[in-house]
Write a protein that binds this ligand. Structure first.
Ligand code: AMP
Ligand code: TRP
Length: 326
């Protein structure tokens, strides 16, 4: 069975971009893969976090994982900082990566641009991500499009170590959704939907109330030509709505666009409100119960133990490759 690894940062506001680009795949993959789903708290601290809030967000993401259908009997669900191999391998990989390749990463450039002083963790962030993946001999990494460059870097580092030392790492591959790999902001369809945007109507969070979902979609930015067709270049707003519709319903984009031919944007938006509310309702219902249950922490502890056993095997191999210890 092929092994799958992915992670989400516990930074609040998990939105439909995260869900349609990444989380939805997690559930599908657990049926016929050996899956590890991580809450990457060490990635979250690359920017300052409130410690109390961070701990709450870790449990929120864990509960969301389970609420969308990740089954802890099928998949390993755990928190990154509970398995020391991530940080340990992260260091080893830092010694096998170049500041040049790290400073060329689009996300680093975006996050560090205009800042007076830039945290080292922001630069080495993708190396820690590579460690997450390589620690488990991962074959497949389901993520959104924005992580493509980081996956490429991970592959480069794995190939480099295998070549310069000896065969140590499995070289992984990214897995991206057809519709949903890049959901754009509702208020500005030229930038991706993000957790941190100030305008709450730029995104739909998985736990948003029905009334908020309706408001955000009804006021989504479109254009003035009035025609419903999929054309991301010239009609990014309408195309984004069609992508979201398609990703939730499973119907392909062209079929949806054809059905709405001759109708107005208001009609498309109204239906999309219904589709989105319906898709999120069971997640919200499950979330409350799971988040409050005592079982959640036990599931995470068990997950960390199982992940730790796999990680330790890899770390033994890594220490041997580099001649660490005795
Ligand atoms: P993050 O919140 O940055 O930890 O992202 C968690 C997952 O969601 C990653 O696989 C991202 O690639 C994916 N993701 C984040 N934003 C979007 C978006 N706007 N559209 C599609 N996928 C996204
Ligand atoms: N960098 C990813 C993001 O921001 C989160 C992440 C960390 C991740 N480690 C990972 C994703 C390993 C996949 C595999 O979305």
């Amino acid at each position: 069975m092929k092994r799958v690894f992915s992670g989400v940062q516990p930074t609040g506001n998990i939105h439909i971009g995260n869900y349609l680009g990444a989380l939805k795949q997690f559930v599908e993959l657990q049926e016929d893969h050996e899956c590890l789903y991580c809450i990457v708290d060490e990635h979250a601290i690359t920017v300052p976090q409130d410690p109390k809030e961070l701990r709450q967000h870790i449990l929120d993401v864990a509960a969301l994982y389970l609420a969308i259908g990740i089954d802890p009997k099928k998949s390993i669900v755990f928190v990154q900082s509970q398995v020391s191999g991530h940080a340990e391998l992260g260091w080893v990989l830092c010694c096998n990566s170049y500041t040049g390749e790290l400073s060329r990463m689009t996300q680093f450039k975006a996050k560090s641009g205009g800042q007076e002083s830039v945290g080292t963790g922001l630069l080495t962030y993708p190396v820690l991500m590579a460690a997450d993946i390589l620690l488990y001999d991962t074959d497949i990494v389901p993520v959104g499009n924005d992580q493509k460059q980081h996956i490429e870097l991970c592959r480069d580092i794995a190939i480099r170590v295998n070549h310069n030392y000896k065969e140590t790492f499995v070289v992984p591959e990214g897995r991206f959704m057809k519709a949903g790999a890049r959901i754009m902001a509702l208020d500005d369809p030229t930038s991706k939907m993000s957790k941190s945007a100030i305008n709450v109507h730029s995104r739909i969070s998985l736990l948003d109330e029905d009334s908020k979902i309706k408001k955000s979609i009804m006021r989504a930015t479109t254009d003035s030509d009035g025609e419903i067709r999929f054309d991301p270049e010239n009609k990014p707003g309408v195309s984004n709505l069609l992508s979201i519709y398609s990703a939730f319903s499973g119907e392909d984009i062209e079929t949806i666009a054809a059905r709405f031919a001759g109708k107005g944007y208001g009609d498309l938006k109204k239906e999309l409100v219904g589709v989105t509310q319906e898709a999120l309702a069971p997640i919200k219902a499950n979330f409350k119960e799971i988040r409050e249950s005592d079982e959640l922490k036990a599931i995470l502890r068990d997950g960390a133990e199982r992940a730790g056993a796999i990680a330790e095997k890899t770390m033994k191999r890594v220490r041997d490759t580099f001649g660490l210890g005795f």
